[in-house]
Design a protein around this ligand. Structure first.
Ligand code: SF4
Length: 420
């Protein structure tokens, strides 16, 4: 019986499904877990994300033995060792990997937050967030499940790791969870697998060049973020709860304010149609939203809104305003005020649905955003969140333009406004 085909109907939650999978299949040898997952449990909707590090070849070999066209994503942080990049290409050729996908950080985010490529010196968490965690979310967005090569012995955080676990709407599969260092070494030797050349220099866990050192005393992960409390980059942590696009990858650093309080947020900010998650409300950029045909919208099974960047005109959506469940307007920088005007235009055009501000939303802007028609502000700025959580509402007494409510500008430079 193809029991897996009954799984979606059989479980009330992804957690329940993961627990059942773990109990039913978690005891199987790694090779069988991989084969079962690719061929039976998640055919056509499973992949892996590989660092092409010290241990990566084993899992990739197991996957390639079943189907070398299984998607293998590599997060190119821009900070990898050159040896790792060479190794990636050589190993992919060895194993005939036919669907290697290189995922890069977003150029605009790097330009804004790490223009000198040295953010790791001051804020490794934010650096990992923009170079690994967010790209990771895009990497796994198309899948229902993905493999990792993690093992329980590697760290205290991984000691109780199940083989099948729920992460957001997906299943994460750790086929090698029970493997020991001897299992790993034997598998590499028995299959004559190519090794990352850095292993020979004592690197037992290999990540980005600035944050990786040779391991000490055989402790595999001791060379990662040495001297810091940090032990994981975040792509494996539970903070990556619902990896479905930008909003979810921000995890709990992203909060939505409705003018009075922080509210629950169900919307996924997907960057592309492929990042849509069935039956989850989503906000797409204008170009992707325009490319979505009615049939696909219907089939999605949840509302789909649109995000406009400052350079995009509301004329592009004005005919659809009656049907739009939400419009997001972006502030790529707090100094860019063009989206204030768009909110006013939308309200004046009769749009009464939610208008959400996304991007660089700072405390000083909150009052003006609400006055100009925004009903939701997606905030990542920690000081802004902290002030609003303390009930410190911003107020301004200099109005440089009137709000929607016939408010009179109190611009002290009135002569500029009214100059003939
Ligand atoms: S491992 Fe270091 S360089 Fe790489 S993304 Fe994280 S902080 Fe940045």
């Amino acid at each position: 019986m193809a029991l897996h085909q009954k799984l979606p109907e059989a479980f009330s939650s992804i957690e329940e499904k993961a627990a059942w999978l773990d109990e039913t299949y978690g005891h199987l040898p790694a090779s069988e877990i991989v084969r079962l997952s690719i061929e039976k449990l998640f055919p056509g909707s499973i992949g892996t994300v590989s660092s092409f590090g010290a241990d990566s070849a084993a899992l990739l070999k197991l996957i390639a033995d079943v189907d070398p066209a299984t998607p293998v994503a590599f997060l190119d942080t821009g900070q990898h060792f050159g040896e790792t990049l060479d190794y990636r290409d050589q190993l992919a050729a060895d194993l005939n990997l036919a669907n290697l996908q290189i995922i890069h950080p977003k150029a605009d985010v790097l330009g804004r937050l790490d223009p000198s490529d040295d953010l790791y010196k001051n804020d490794t968490d934010l650096c990992c967030e923009i170079r690994k965690v967010e790209p990771m979310a895009r990497a796994v967005a198309p899948f229902d499940a993905w493999f990792t090569g993690r093992k329980r012995y590697q760290s205290a955080q991984r000691a109780d790791m199940p083989v099948f676990e729920a992460v957001g709407p997906r299943i994460r599969i750790n086929p090698l969870a029970r493997w020991t260092t001897a299992d790993q070494a034997n598998f590499m030797r028995d299959n004559d697998l190519r090794e990352n050349p850095l292993v020979a220099f004592g690197y037992l866990s290999i990540g980005c060049f600035p944050c990786t050192q040779p391991a000490e005393d055989g402790d595999e992960r001791s060379g990662r973020w040495a001297g810091q409390a940090k032990t994981e980059c975040g792509i494996h942590l539970e903070g990556l709860v619902a990896i479905d696009g930008r909003k979810d990858t921000m995890s709990d650093s992203n909060k939505v304010w409705n003018g009075d309080s922080f509210i629950a947020d169900d919307w996924i900010e997907a960057d592309m149609i492929e990042a849509l998650v069935q039956s989850r409300p989503a906000i797409l950029p204008l170009s992707a939203w325009q490319a979505l045909d009615e049939e696909r919208k219907e089939a999605h099974g949840a509302p789909i809104g649109v995000r406009l960047d400052p350079s995009e005109d509301i004329a592009a959506i004005v005919d659809a305003l009656d049907d739009l469940p939400i419009v997001a307007l972006s502030f790529p920088a707090y100094t860019d005020g063009r989206s204030y005007s768009k909110a006013v235009q939308l309200r004046r055009a009769g749009y009464d649905g939610p208008i959400r501000a996304v991007g660089d939303v700072l405390y000083d802007q909150v009052d003006h955003m609400v006055r100009t028609g925004f009903s939701e502000l997606s905030i990542t700025n920690e000081p802004t969140i902290a002030k609003l959580e303390r009930g410190e509402l911003p107020g301004i007494d200099q109005r440089y333009q009137p709000s929607l409510d016939d408010e009179q500008a109190t611009n002290r430079f009135a002569w500029r406004r009214h100059a003939a």
